[in-house]
Write a protein that binds this ligand. Structure first.
Ligand SMILES: Nc1nc2c(c(=O)[nH]1)N[C@H]1C(S)=C(S)[C@@H](COP(=O)(O)O)O[C@H]1N2
Ligand SMILES: [Mo]
Length: 403
């Protein structure tokens, strides 16, 4: 495995990509992509060859046969699209409340990749599997769910996710069952995998062995007992832990996240000169491309909290924020809705504020689409999901302060 990866666990395999490597490529070479596994990888022999499709007959106003298929059966329907795959735990290590750390593997900002996925749209697969009368009007699909179930399971049962069936059947749905990435077969034994642009990584089920139409959402562990936001009531982390079951069952499964971003360079405590180039990534949301990434250097004081730094930056007029250059991913083909699901790489020459005295700076970044801004601070939650906070680099020391 390459040096681009930082291992958090070898068994099961959990590793993130260094940002230095990640931000060198608009499209992430697959050998550098992160690995996130709740259980052991399936052996090549255990990778499902055929996928079963089923539906409880009484749910539908027409007859539908349960059957099996392979992705090859629908090869002529194949499409490609660029989309970010991001674990909901990305940037978890930056999330803490007073002395409390969020739980789980302490991921940095590298559980993310931007890949050109190739496969068959889930919508096309369903249109092939369902009778013609089902397609004329999809009113029947209201309140039904498509379960995407893996051949891989651990103590928690089979890994699975579900989406509202209506969403999958809509004309602009970009979801695929993919078998290839960046023009080559998925090199890692991930079998057919769900590619669900705009949804958190946990829904991108690997080793898909079953599609099932149900009247209920999936009750698999990743949908019901994990990947939910548990906020500590009145900031009391221990109370949240004690009430975990109740808080979990009251919370909805996380499906999508807002605008995100991260700074790849410079790093904390780097010695810099004005004019060096800062760079990083920004993640779109809702299929709308990132249209603005802004950066601001503010004086840093080791005694201040990261929140105080963000507040100081937020208090600066918009005109002081520097607009970054950016390179944006291609939009999806029109047959898949034409939206933008890939990330933007941004860069900008560092302009340090000219005030006297200060020579230690922090760098703050914020991104937005034309309808949604990156949130300044994401709320601390027990499991450390969905950290979209403005990224901050601290303690930059200015070398050319005499200039
Ligand atoms: N079968 C199965 N699918 C899975 C997982 C898993 O553990 N088992 N992990 C999910 C999570 S949490 C993420 S973030 C992505 C990671 O995909 P990757 O390993 O290709 O990076 O796959 C998802 N699909
Ligand atoms: Mo994940």
């Amino acid at each position: 495995m390459s040096e681009s990866l930082i291992f958090h666990q070898h068994s099961p395999l959990n590793a993130e990509t260094t940002l230095q490597v990640l931000c060198q490529h608009l499209i992430t070479p697959i050998e550098h992509a992160f690995h996130r596994n709740h259980g052991e990888l399936l052996s090549q022999e255990a990778v499902p060859k055929r996928i079963s499709f089923s539906c409880a007959a009484k749910l539908l106003p027409f007859a539908v046969a349960n059957r099996t298929f392979e992705l090859d059966d629908f090869a002529e329907e194949e499409k490609t699209l660029v989309a970010v795959l991001e674990c909901a735990g990305n940037r978890r290590s930056e999330m803490s409340l007073d002395e409390a750390k969020s739980e789980g593997l302490q991921w940095g900002p590298g559980t993310i990749c931007n890949v050109e996925w190739q496969g068959t749209p889930l919508r096309s697969i369903l249109l092939e599997l369902l009778p013609a009368e089902a397609i004329a009007s999809t009113e029947w699909a209201r309140d039904l769910h498509l379960h995407i179930i893996s051949a891989q399971s651990d103590e928690g049962g089979a890994f699975a996710a579900s989406l509202p069936l209506n969403e999958i059947l809509s004309h602009d749905c970009p979801a695929l069952l993919a078998h290839a990435a960046n023009g080559a077969p998925l090199p890692r034994p991930h079998g057919p995998r769900a590619v669900l642009p705009g949804k958190i990584g946990a829904r991108w089920v690997k080793w898909v062995s079953e599609l099932r139409i149900s009247n209920l959402p999936s009750d698999a562990e990743p949908m019901e007992d994990d990947y939910k936001i548990i906020l500590p009531p009145h900031g009391d982390v221990q109370a949240a832990d004690e009430q975990r079951e109740k808080l979990l069952s009251a919370a909805e499964p996380i499906m999508r996240l807002g605008v995100g971003s991260a700074i790849a360079s410079p790093n904390d405590r780097d010695r810099v000169t004005s004019g060096i180039v800062a760079r990083g990534y920004a993640v779109p949301t809702g299929g709308r491309p990132i249209n603005r990434v802004e950066m601001l250097a503010v004086p840093d004081d080791p005694a201040s909290t990261i929140e105080e730094i963000r507040d100081a930056a937020a208090a600066r007029p918009a005109s002081e924020w520097q607009r970054c250059d950016s390179e944006t991913s291609p939009a999806a083909p029109r047959e898949l809705g034409g939206a933008t699901w890939g990330w933007t790489l941004w860069s900008a020459a560092l302009v340090l504020p000219a005030q006297s005295g200060d020579h230690t700076f922090a760098l703050v970044v914020r991104a937005s689409t034309n309808t949604e801004e990156q949130e300044k601070t994401s709320a601390f939650n027990l499991r450390g999901f969905g950290n979209r906070s403005w990224p901050v680099v601290r303690g930059l020391e200015l070398l050319d302060k005499a200039a």
